[in-house]
Design a binder for this molecule. Sequence first.
Ligand code: NAP
Length: 252
Amino acid sequence: MTRILVLGGTTEASKLARVLAEAEIDAVFSYAGRTAQPVQQPLPVRVGGFGGTAGLVEYLAEDGISHVVDATHPFAAQMSRNVVEACAQAGVPLCAFERPPWQAGPEDAWLQVANIEAAVAALPDAPARVFLAIGKQNLAAFAAKPQHHYLLRLVDAPEADLPLPDCSVEIARGPFDEAGDLALMQHYGITHVVSKNAGGRGASAKLAAARSLGLPVVMIDRPRVPPRTTYGDLAEVMGWLFHTPAQPSSRA
Ligand code: NAP
């Protein structure tokens, strides 16, 4: 019996959910529960962590999952590591649905860095106006450079005090467009952009805007995850599902 677990939180996951629902394939969609109003899905939805690798192994067995598609964000590395390990333990086939990273063009002024700490270090010492387009996690690291004004773009209004002494907050959910991001960056007098290398179209407008304005971008590389079967295209994921025999958890 086929029953697919889709690990969500991305446009790719939502696209896959739509196709699975239209094809009436048995599937469940999983959200971490980070946003107050997640995008509605046409599949049954579960919300919240599984309880690490062990919890996920248990869940795969209890829910009779036969295939897992990891369509989490490329920076959701903990979840991706857990699911590689859990599927290996349970003997359940896994593939990742992941967009390719962005590549700098000749007109881009990117400084590519390995992680958040390196991004903080890459910012100048003199006060700057930084579009910190990295979501709500990892903001605290930038408190090490409190001299900058930070523009944050968040999906939900922050519930607690932000860890940065001098910041502005825009509440918005992508996809964003170049004209809008250009206007936003001009309005705030942005001098530097910090971005995770998420890939995809929904968040690339800030890079095009930075290019137009000749601004430097500190681009944070993706964290490493163990090797796994990975597709960047919905049709390939559907092909994999179609050709991979259902393999319910060996723990079931
Ligand atoms: P993470 O650090 O890799 O995951 C931390 C823990 O959150 C996981 O160990 C797992 O808890 C739980 N979790 C993560 N994704 C889950 C999912 N889809 N369903 C159920 N539990 C999940 O992940 P994160 O960076 O906090 O991202 C959380 C979610 O936000 C992901 O779904 C991701 O796709 C989405 N997102 C992340 C970013 C980003 O920049 N990181 C950007 C956009 C969207 P247990 O160990 O208890 O199972």
